[in-house]
Ligand binder design. Structure first.
Ligand code: FAD
Length: 326
């Protein structure tokens, strides 16, 4: 029987079409390795579990628990997490702060009466156990949270962890899961939306170029897309740009949109309202172009250009293309 290290950290990994592990698996395992021994829970189609588990081992999972599941049904995943936690007795449970994993984390925390720390941008240890760090109030403050008893369940913001774990040899166990029979959400209609964009997915992109109301209209918003394409970046937007119909809501960055933590965030014609900053302030490098020198976005920008986006951005694109051709 597999035994698990006393400092095990149980990490719930997501899968993407392929199936392969979602891009965020490396950072979750990296975060876990910084505070203990990562044990991965991987659920997927039976014929892909071997390759998914191998991927998890290569990314640092000291042990991998596998469960055969089609799709991402919430209750069976919570059942699997409960079985895994009973077996491993982890010191913390880490999941991605994505829509589907947040649901699983919350249900598991309620079932197991564990504490839930949401939207962590880091994890570390103090003398009492695993602690989550958070960037709150639009990134204006940093704070920490931890459990007073039991293993905390922590959702980790995608893109916020740079550490990566060393590859481990494969140690794979098929998990026995007893179905809880808890009520599942009833899906009455399901439409699969196929994204045809060649651009990276916004939430996990390493580079994001976002446009705001300053772009003026949907036709002129194409400037944001042109710069994004030269940089190989995802396209984001402020709520004002979304509300004005320049781009769909899926592109909205901020408090009521997507939170991103890319290496590079370029804000074009965005004022920098606190609700926008809440979704992008943890970006490693922030570049802002705005014609108003007093725009609050410049308070958090690493590089700022006071100027008209319609004059500055075409020059920037031309300079980047010239640099590429060299
Ligand atoms: P504006 O504030 O109008 O700024 C436009 C900027 O463009 C200005 O700074 C201007 O100087 C500049 N500009 C204009 N023309 C040019 C030009 N030619 N060249 C260069 N610069 C130019 N907002 C979000 O973004 N995300 C959210 O998730 C979000 N959630 C919210 C939740 C709540 C509950 C509330 C109340 C608000 C929320 N908002 C959110 C809205 C937020 O308060 C701001 O209204 C919004 O972010 C403003 O968008 P903006 O910066 O594009 O527009």
């Amino acid at each position: 029987m597999t035994t698990f290290a006393a400092d095990s950290i149980l990490v719930v990994l997501e899968t993407a079409p392929g199936p392969v592990l979602s891009k965020n698996h490396g950072e979750l395992l990296g975060a876990a390795a910084g505070v203990g021994t990562p044990v991965a829970l991987v659920a997927g189609p039976a014929d892909s579990l071997g390759s998914l588990a191998a991927q998890a081992s290569a990314s640092g999972a000291a042990a991998v628990l596998t469960v055969a599941l089609e799709g991402r049904p919430v209750v069976p995943l919570v059942d699997a997490l409960q079985a895994a936690a009973t077996l491993v007795q982890p010191q913390a449970v880490l999941v991605a702060h994505t829509e589907s994993s947040r649901d699983i984390a919350a249900r598991f925390a309620v079932r197991s009466r564990a504490s839930l720390s949401v939207d962590a941008v880091g994890v570390f240890r103090d003398e009492l156990g695993v602690v989550a760090s958070h960037s709150i109030y639009g990134g204006g403050f940093s704070t920490t949270s931890t459990a007073t008893f039991g293993a905390p369940v922590i959702t980790v913001r995608v893109g916020s962890i740079e550490a990566r774990a060393a590859a481990q040899s494969e140690n794979i166990t098929a998990l026995d899961v007893a179905a809880s029979g808890k009520p599942e959400v009833e899906v009455t209609d399901l439409k699969t939306l196929e994204s045809t964009s060649a651009r990276p997915e916004l939430r996990s992109a390493k580079r994001v170029v976002s446009g705001g109301r300053g772009l003026g209209n949907a036709e002129q918003f194409v400037l944001v897309e042109q710069l994004a394409d030269v940089l190989g970046a995802a396209v984001g937007a402020s709520r004002a740009a979304v509300d004005a119909g320049f781009v769909p809501h899926a592109a909205q960055v901020g408090q009521t949109g997507v939170s991103v933590s890319p290496q590079l965030y370029v804000a074009l014609g965005i004022s920098g309202a606190i609700q926008h900053k809440a979704g992008m302030q943890t970006a490693k490098t922030i570049v802002a172009i705005n014609k108003d020198a007093d725009a609050p976005i410049f308070d958090i920008a690493d590089f700022g250009v006071v100027g008209d986006v319609f004059k500055v951005v075409p020059q920037l694109i031309a300079a980047l293309e010239t640099a590429k051709d060299r």
